[in-house]
Design a protein around this ligand. Structure first.
Ligand code: XMP
Ligand code: MG
Length: 179
């Protein structure tokens, strides 16, 4: 375990088993449909890569990069699009892949945006959820794990762009982000 990590919440094996489960569920639900999977960079990159390999049919993949205005650790609800989708999503079945839902503001904004672009359906799969912190009522259609209100890193999640490549999901020591 990295010295800045206080506790491992989910090991690489636990994450992998959960991703497999989510992939199977998504495969069943989208049977016979043409699915467009949209990963939200950069946090969801690893989850996206592993998840699509567990979906038992061909899907299309695209990515968006967004950032919320204001402090990096606190979502403001105003979302800036840094990279938009490559193609129109009109009449497409869309699945948004997120790393973590915190206040819910980012996802609320994104879901509305994609619905306004006349997608046939917009669903969300999130690896993690911090339900205690919610400011808008929104929940993922598919969820990996609920986590307590701590700063989470690893498996794509960062603090100041670090820790993304840890293979497990853990809690960052408070002294690391408080200093
Ligand atoms: P909201 O509040 O809009 O925020 O739901 C979602 C985005 O905030 C980031 N976030 C985190 N990133 N560890 C992280 O590495 C965390 O504990 C954490 N909590 C929120 C993340 O980018 C997410 O997409
Ligand atoms: Mg981040």
């Amino acid at each position: 375990m990295h010295t800045d990590v206080q506790e491992i919440l989910f090991t690489e094996e636990e994450v992998s088993a959960k991703v497999r489960e989510l992939g199977e569920q998504i495969t069943r639900d989208y049977q016979g449909q043409n699915l467009l999977v949209i990963g939200i960079l950069k946090g969801a990159a690893m989850f996206m890569g592993d998840l699509v390999k567990r979906i038992g049919m061909l899907v299309e993949m695209d990515f968006m990069a967004v950032s919320s205005y204001g402090k990096s650790s606190e979502s403001s609800g105003v979302v800036r699009i840094i990279k938009d989708l490559d193609k129109s999503i009109e009449d497409r079945h869309v699945l948004i892949v997120e790393d973590i839902i915190d206040t819910g503001l980012t996802l609320h904004y994104l879901k509305n945006l994609l619905q306004q672009r006349n997608a046939a359906s917009v669903k969300v799969v999130s690896l993690l959820d911090k339900p205690e912190r919610r400011k808008v009522e929104i929940s993922p259609d598919y969820l990996g794990f609920s986590v307590p209100d701590h700063f989470i890193v690893g498996y794509g999640l960062d603090f100041a762009e670090r820790y993304r490549n840890l293979p497990y999901i853990g809690v960052l020591k408070p002294e690391v982000y408080q200093s």
